[in-house]
Design a protein around this ligand. Structure first.
Ligand code: VG1
Ligand code: CO
Length: 543
């Protein structure tokens, strides 16, 4: 077999966003598009000679083709070994686990996460470093710079490998190990949670539903929940990963996982409901009759994590992304541990986790995780919940209510305005930024602005600065509005408006969310002039 140098020319649009490079499949299918980006990644791994690289993805349309390309390019670029999930599959948290466990130099993770798949859907490529986490901004910027000047890439002309069977082979002097995508991850979960107690929980008649939305977590959830812990067959639904997610939009929220949501709010609700996203890093938790917001989930897990063996010694600290509600901060204050507020995107938790400053972290977008890997982890969150339910013997809905009674409740909603005109989105954010200085002290719609700023993050570990991460406005009435533009969309722009209000009055903890937040929503729309600028009277998705 020979190694080939192929001439190419740059694409101008290969700038990684919140979580890697995400584009429509037809964009990725342009000749050399994938190869250019993969070469740029490999060029940014100086120690790659002879090293181990992990390759896998969420199984969406185009996954297999890109896995083959990445393997052949790794061989041509001097890597010593690649670990590839069988059938090219690895959930994002499992990829992180495998990188860490096998001392890899990093991993190429193929996923567009919660975005729909299929020939006209989305695809994505992300690089994770040796700690198992998404490359930090310094590395993603270097990759982008590389894509702008690329003139050639290196690839082996070996034939395609059979990805369907585990085992080791070799191409051009590089060893290729096809691994069971679930085994290392399942072992890690076993080391963190009390599997005996969980087995007893299911044996006692505890029933749950896990909706894998025809995405990557099906095999993981079946292996762990049904085959290992004895949950009844059929606990995991939509458990076969499909290239187009069976037409599902694999985003675990009340809108896209409405079947689960409806079941949990109906007469036949089992004891616990959960769902995960396209690449397995998100989680949705629903108790019977009660949706648990991801922000509340993070806070509740932080308050009870010590009940699971992996966290029995307590937490070093917690972190949340800036738009995530402040519920976790209240728990941290009570526990006397540090709380951090980071920009959106898991890459910003990496330094805090590596430095041992935090143990748990999470985002309002259904991401929760810990120091066990360097990605958010959907099934892990479900297992931690189950471990807490087993240890306390309390129903999930009681735990949530007890939490509100103790800490108060952060009523929370997110309004997304999807696929709006990019210029209009920019105008809207510019308009808000221009207003920031004059807002404090103003009363709008009955709420008085306390502070307003554009979030700027100074990493407490390495001092790196990330500017312009979203406009946040707090009100004297203990409410908050945050505005930012999505960095994962693939068409036009998506405006996200995050709205919350804290309530500690014990008689007002069970109000309808929309009602409690209506005045704040009205202010959010007025302040940013959303309807006039975007032409949208209502958001496209409310979660
Ligand atoms: C969104 C979420 C963010 C999350 C990111 C990747 O980013 O808001 O919290 O980290 O997706 O998640 P944005 O820039 O579109 O708001 V995933 O599960 O898509 O890897
Ligand atoms: Co995801």
């Amino acid at each position: 077999m020979a190694l080939r140098h192929v001439s190419t020319s740059p694409f101008a649009d290969q700038k990684p966003g919140t979580s890697g490079l995400r584009k429509k499949v037809p964009v990725f299918r342009q000749p050399n598009y994938v190869e250019n980006f993969v070469q740029a990644i490999l060029d940014c791994i100086p120690e790659r000679d002879g090293a181990t690289l992990v390759i896998g993805g969420d199984g969406r349309f185009f996954n297999r083709e890109v896995v083959q390309i990445a393997i052949k390019m790794a061989a041509a670029n001097g890597l010593g070994r690649v670990l590839v999930g069988r059938d090219g599959l690895l959930s994002t948290p499992a990829a992180s686990c495998v990188i860490r466990k096998h001392g890899a130099i990093g991993g190429i993770v193929l996923s567009a996460s919660h975005n729909p798949g299929g020939p006209d859907g989305d695809f994505g490529i992300k690089f994770n470093g040796a700690n198992g986490g998404p490359a930090p901004e310094s590395v993603t910027s270097a990759i982008f710079e590389q894509t702008k000047t690329i003139t050639a890439y290196r690839i082996s002309d070996a034939p395609d490998l059979d990805l369907g069977v585990t085992g080791t082979s070799e191409i051009d002097g590089m060893s290729v190990e096809i691994i069971d995508p679930v085994a290392d991850y399942a072992e890690l979960m076993h080391s963190l949670f009390d599997f005996e107690a969980l087995t007893k929980l299911f044996a006692s008649g505890f029933r749950m539903r896990f909706d894998a939305l025809s995405a990557i977590t099906g095999p993981y959830a079946k292996a762990i929940l049904e085959d290992t812990l004895g949950a009844e067959a059929g606990t995991v639904v939509n458990g076969e990963p499909k290239p187009d997610f069976g037409g599902h939009h694999p985003d675990p929220n009340p809108v896209h996982a409405h079947e689960l949501f409806d079941l949990m709010h109906g007469p036949d609700a089992p004891d616990f409901g959960a769902a995960s996203d396209g690449d397995g890093d998100r989680n949705m938790i629903v108790a019977p009759g009660l949706f648990v917001t991801p922000s509340d989930s993070l806070a509740i897990l932080a308050a009870h994590a010590h009940r699971a063996p992996g966290y029995a010694t307590g937490l070093a600290g917690v972190a949340r992304s800036m738009p995530t509600s402040r519920a976790a901060d209240r728990v941290a204050a009570k526990l006397g541990i540090e709380a951090f507020e980071t920009p959106t995107g898991w890459k910003f938790f990496g330094n805090l986790l590596d430095a041992g400053r935090i143990t748990l972290c999470g985002e309002e977008s259904a991401g929760t995780g810990s120091n066990h890997v360097r990605e958010k982890d959907g099934l892990w969150a479900v297992l931690l919940w189950l471990n807490i339910l087993a240890a306390t013997g309390k129903p999930a809905q009681d735990l949530v209510r007890a939490h509100w009674a103790e800490f108060g409740r952060d009523y929370y909603t997110r309004h997304d305005y999807e696929e709006i005109d990019s210029d209009a989105a920019k105008r809207l954010m510019d308009g808000l930024r221009a207003k920031i200085a004059s807002l404090p002290g103003q009363t709008i719609g009955g709420l008085t602005v306390k502070t307003a700023d554009d979030f700027r993050y100074v990493d407490p570990v390495d001092g790196s600065v990330t500017e312009a991460q979203g406009v946040r406005i707090t009100f004297a009435e203990d409410a908050r509005i945050v505005y930012r533009l999505s960095g994962t969309g693939t068409a036009g722009a998506t405006l996200r408006v995050y709205i919350e209000r804290y309530e500690s009055d014990p008689t007002r903890l069970e109000q309808p969310v929309a009602e409690m937040l209506a005045p704040v929503v009205a202010v959010a729309r007025e302040l940013a002039d959303i309807a006039a600028i975007t032409g949208r009277a209502e958001p496209s998705v409310v979660t």
